[in-house]
Design a protein around this ligand. Structure first.
Ligand code: T4K
Length: 374
């Protein structure tokens, strides 16, 4: 088994990095412009290009995904309670709480781990102002049903689309659903601007508000502080990275798909034996292969694999553990058993461009040996 150990660490992900000359070229532009941040020319260029790439009505760029989610919530003047998912990264819940709202957790579906629309309506009260679902691992939520519920109860919908860059559902690009969608362009994402994020939205009027909110509440035309804002502007170094990475992201997704399919092939026996379950893309979806995630059939097995893999220099991650309603800093009802079970048994395996299909074969071999050894 020892000869399966990798010489270099294999992380759950590595950033998409363009050829350095391409980035240098953009850095030269920054030097020529002497414009580093605050609505710079590269940010504006990237905004136009991403609007086209994501095929959305409006887009506004931000310094990171999380802050943009906080701004999105603020812009819609939400109050009281927000129905959301416990199975997500800490950001989603924290964006709600940081806006002085109460997250109310609806359990997820057991196939794709997204907020289950069946569980939403029973949680709606007079205090509810919005639903904030997450397209977990890039698999879209049941957007049709969520739209229907939101319309019926006059609720806003903000999608956390942090994982869903480039995803479409039945041919409709994912950023067109809900009142607002938030994309993360963090280094670990399919498309990165080092740190970075964006809000996409259909209501043109929000542009003015977002531009103000991300710049200390200062309105773009009158230079008045009309809102209590934050500093969440994307800087030119981030935008430069985005501009060059955008030229590579389509190819990157093709490579991710190849690696994803190699995993499926190599893990087929374990899956057929019921040892693991692979989270697959929904049928009606153009997918981005952002994550390769498996579910083990017990928390003991998940923890065993998670702890043993580093002995082979493989570093998987428990995306997402624990569920947000179990964070010790909050005291929320822990009444989402499906999310809890998934969280206890989930494991995201390495998937990134510089990983080879042979590396994937080796990782699968290690997992197979470990599980058979148990
Ligand atoms: N909503 C959802 C559903 C999200 O998943 C996220 C972020 C957000 C909102 C908020 O968006 P941002 O504000 O981040 O734009 C990572 C990311 O930091 C986070 O962006 C992401 N979700 C989350 C799922 O994953 P960690 O704590 O797992 O990151 P870390 O540092 O352990 O990185 C993972 C692996 O990536 C490392 O083992 C090595 C590799 N790596 C990482 C970085 C940063 C590199 O090779 N190079 C690098 O530069 O959170």
């Amino acid at each position: 088994m020892k000869n399966l150990k990798f010489n270099e660490p294999i992380f759950v992900t590595r950033p998409l990095l363009p050829p350095i000359e391409e980035y240098e070229k953009k850095l030269n532009e920054i030097w020529d412009n002497r414009w580093l941040t605050n609505n710079g020319p590269l940010e504006r260029q990237l905004q136009d290009k991403l609007k086209e790439f994501l095929d959305v009505d409006n887009i506004e760029l931000f310094v990171n995904g999380h802050t943009s989610l906080e701004v999105a919530i603020k812009a819609l003047n939400l109050t009281g309670e927000v129905i959301t998912t416990p199975f997500t990264f800490a950001s989603t819940t924290q964006a709600i709480i940081n806006n002085n709202l109460t997250p109310v957790y609806a359990d997820v579906d057991s196939e794709y781990y997204n907020l289950n629309p069946d569980n939403i309506e029973e949680l709606i009260t007079d205090e509810t102002s919005a639903i904030i679902p997450v397209h977990v691992f890039g698999n879209p939520c049941d957007v049709e049903r969520i739209t229907e519920i939101a319309r019926k109860h006059d609720l806003k919908v903000i999608y956390d689309a942090a994982h869903a860059f480039g995803v479409s559902v039945n041919g409709t690009p994912i950023g067109n659903y809900g009142d607002i969608s938030m994309f993360s362009f963090h280094a670990t994402k399919v498309f990165n601007t080092i740190e970075g994020g964006a809000l996409t939205f259909s209501d043109d009027d929000l542009t003015y508000k977002f531009k103000a909110l991300k710049n200390f509440g200062i309105t773009p035309d009158k230079e008045e502080v009309q809102y209590l804002g934050v500093n969440a502007k994307m800087n030119e170094f981030e935008a430069a990275m985005g501009l060059v990475n955008l030229d590579h992201v389509v190819d990157a997704i093709v490579t991710r798909k190849e690696l994803y399919e190699k995993y499926l092939e190599c893990l087929a026996d374990l899956e057929n034996e019921g040892e693991i379950k692979v989270i697959r893309p929904k049928k009606e979806v153009d997918y981005n292969y952002a994550y390769f995630t498996i579910k083990l059939n017990s928390s003991e097995k998940r923890d065993y694999i998670f702890e043993k893999l580093p002995e082979f220099n493989v570093h998987a991650k428990k995306y997402f553990y624990p569920p947000c309603n179990e964070f010790p800093v909050y005291d929320f009802e822990k009444n989402t058993p499906i999310a809890k079970d998934i969280s206890d048994t989930i494991l995201s395996l390495p998937i990134y461009l510089s990983l080879s299909v042979e590396d994937v074969e080796r990782i699968c071999k290690i997992i197979e040996l470990l599980l058979r050894d148990l």
